[in-house]
Design a protein around this ligand. Structure first.
Ligand code: SF4
Ligand code: SF4
Ligand code: FES
Length: 301
């Protein structure tokens, strides 16, 4: 075990655990955006930063391993200022309207993203921007990552206006889970965005529609088409939904499914993160093959 201090409170955690684990053990609620329970820390959003005594720079709690005798401060002026700035820059350039934790974090750190001015509208050319060819900001509006929503298949939509570039989808699609490598980061700096190869539409890409990228996306940038359409119609009522656990009937692996049901209709399917075998992942059949459950017309007389 490793002994350290978090905000003056002694805590013991296992060797190899992170400052975030130590914070959780003493009940300190640390904001995280790019951290996912089922993935290696990507360490990119920096909203979880803390002060470690003796260190020159702030440390990301989600990935920094604990060391014996460490003295960590999670709520100092410097930490609060840094978290506020990160949130302001994100909220001024990204649509966080479907990021569940965003309102709480913005209020907690008194973030004022509106001080950068009104957000620039969606730019259909953003997907094809070439590295080094930047669009000059007009100084009147906050530069944004806004692009038109991509609806190119029946199963899920991609709204990269909501993308915080946390890399979770890339890691889930790539070597950490799916090994399909259908998506990656294209571009550099502010032009960086998630893309298929040569910006191909999903049906022409390597995507196998497992939906494992949707499962890890923290912002709703990747979303079931069923959820997207209900939200567009103002009919998405998460507080009225029930979640029923069951076993996927399609093969002998027996993945656990969570059926999200609204008005007696399945509106999306997830899988529990803490399942030893699947760790939140599914294949196309378990993730999207649910319409037959509610089909009234079976096609037989
Ligand atoms: S649905 Fe699966 S294969 Fe397609 S982009 Fe997402 S993770 Fe990759
Ligand atoms: S689409 Fe979602 S999971 Fe992928 S980088 Fe953007 S916010 Fe992260
Ligand atoms: S949650 Fe730690 S860097 Fe993003």
């Amino acid at each position: 075990m490793v002994e350290l201090e978090v905000d003056g409170r002694p805590v013991k955690v296992f060797e190899g655990q992170t400052i975030l684990d130590a914070c959780r053990k003493v009940g300190i609620d640390t904001p995280t955006l790019c951290y996912g329970e089922t993935l290696e820390p990507a360490n990119v959003c920096r909203v979880c930063v803390v002060e470690v005594e003796g260190a020159r720079v702030l440390a990301p709690a989600c990935s920094r391993k604990v060391e014996a005798g460490m003295k960590v401060r999670t709520d100092s002026e410097r930490v609060r200022h840094s978290r506020k700035l990160v949130l302001e820059l994100l909220a001024s350039s990204v649509d966080l309207s479907t990021t569940p934790v965003a309102p709480d974090y913005l209020a907690r750190y008194a973030a004022e993203p509106e001080r950068f001015g009104p957000q620039a509208p969606p730019d259909p050319g953003r997907d094809r921007r070439r590295t080094g060819h930047h669009v000059e900001p007009d100084g009147q509006m906050a530069a944004t990552v806004h692009v038109p929503v991509k609806i190119d298949n029946d199963l899920y939509v991609r709204d990269y206006s909501k993308c915080i570039l946390c890399y979770k989808c890339v890691d889930a699609c790539g070597e950490q889970y799916q090994n399909t490598f259908a998506i990656h980061v294209a571009g550099r700096g502010f032009d960086a965005r998630i893309s298929t190869e040569y910006v191909a539409e999903l049906p022409e890409s390597a995507c196998v529609y497992c939906g494992n990228c949707i499962a890890v996306c923290p912002t709703g940038a990747l979303m079931f088409r069923s959820e997207h359409e209900l939200r567009e119609a103002g009919a998405w009522h998460e507080d009225e939904q029930t979640v029923t656990q069951t076993i996927c009937p399609y093969c002998g692996v027996g993945c656990n499914l969570e059926l999200h049901v609204q008005d007696n209709t399945i509106v999306k399917v997830t899988s529990p993160d803490d399942h030893d075998v699947t760790r939140g992942n599914l294949c196309i059949k378990g993730r999207f093959g649910f319409q037959h459950v509610q089909a009234r017309d079976t096609g037989t007389d």
